[in-house]
Design a protein around this ligand. Structure first.
Ligand code: BTN
Length: 264
């Protein structure tokens, strides 16, 4: 059972000092939408929302994020920036690194990253990150970080998902840890990251991202709308753009409506 009390008791002092509201809901349209609504009431505050179920969960590129009541994690957190020394590029990739690192502390060692910010296990998706911006990126603005992690989802519940997926329950013989514990560890890691990102920029996380890149050196196709670009994945640059060696030379592809598929 998700528990506000349990989460609050276990969060680090550092996280608690930043967070002004923790919402633990049985059902919501989208935890990211809920955070955005609450943020309007108290601009600048850090709002955390987790839910057992989402009725309109959002994925990247306008996709739906299937969010049944099954024991998965649906989590969103806001963060407000007033000054960004190193810019904001690559934040969502750094968050992917943070989630992978957190899951490793629970013994899940077989995880990789797929650009821009999927956490995958042997090619199947375990979780994803959605970063949305509220406000003007040139002055003060907030980001809403949405994290979905499949913890426990039966094949039947996940049958509507049109790509290969896994959950924590199926990648280890041990039962998954409690969602409260996972959420606490993820939020502590995210708050550390968000509070230092403006000074460090993505350059600080780039090597870790590259070490965990599932497709480095692989033939891939990048799909953006109707366009497909074939090439060899050469990792990411200091801004988090995908570096693709194509027949037109090295292309730097920014985070956007792009998905990456293996290509023979
Ligand atoms: C992706 O497409 O990979 C990103 C998925 C992000 C899903 C999470 S679940 C919690 C939060 N609320 C949403 O509506 N979406 C994000």
């Amino acid at each position: 059972m998700l528990s506000n009390k349990n989460i609050r008791e276990k969060l680090s002092k550092n996280s608690l000092a930043s967070i002004s509201r923790i919402l633990v809901l049985e059902e919501v349209d989208s935890t990211s939408s809920e955070v955005s609504r609450k943020l309007k009431e108290e601009p600048g505050s850090v709002v955390l929302c987790v839910a057992d179920k989402q009725t309109a969960g959002r994925g990247r590129a306008g996709r739906l994020w299937h969010s049944p009541l099954s024991g998965n994690i649906y989590l969103s957190l806001s963060w407000t920036y007033t000054e960004l020394e190193k810019g904001f590029n690559g934040l969502s990739l750094a968050i992917g690194v943070a989630i992978k690192k957190t899951l490793e502390t629970f013994g899940y060692l077989d995880l990789k990253l797929k650009w821009p910010n999927d956490v995958i296990v042997r090619g199947s998706k375990l979780g994803g990150v959605l970063v949305e911006i509220i406000g003007d990126i040139n002055s003060s603005f907030s980001v809403i970080i949405g994290v979905g992690i499949n913890v426990n989802m039966s094949r039947e519940e996940g049958s509507v998902i049109d790509r290969s997926w896994v959950d924590l329950a199926s990648i280890s013989e041990d039962s998954p840890p409690s969602r409260n514990d996972l959420i606490v560890a993820i939020v502590d890691e995210l708050i550390d990251l968000l509070s230092s990102f403006s000074k460090r920029g993505f350059a600080f996380w780039r090597d870790s991202w590259l070490e965990n890149d599932a497709y480095l050196g692989e033939n891939v196709q990048v799909i953006s709308g109707e366009n497909k670009i074939l090439g060899v994945s050469r990792g990411v640059d200091v801004d988090g753009a995908l570096v693709l060696e194509s027949s037109d030379g090295l292309l730097h592809i920014n985070v956007g409506d792009v998905s990456l598929r293996e290509h023979p």
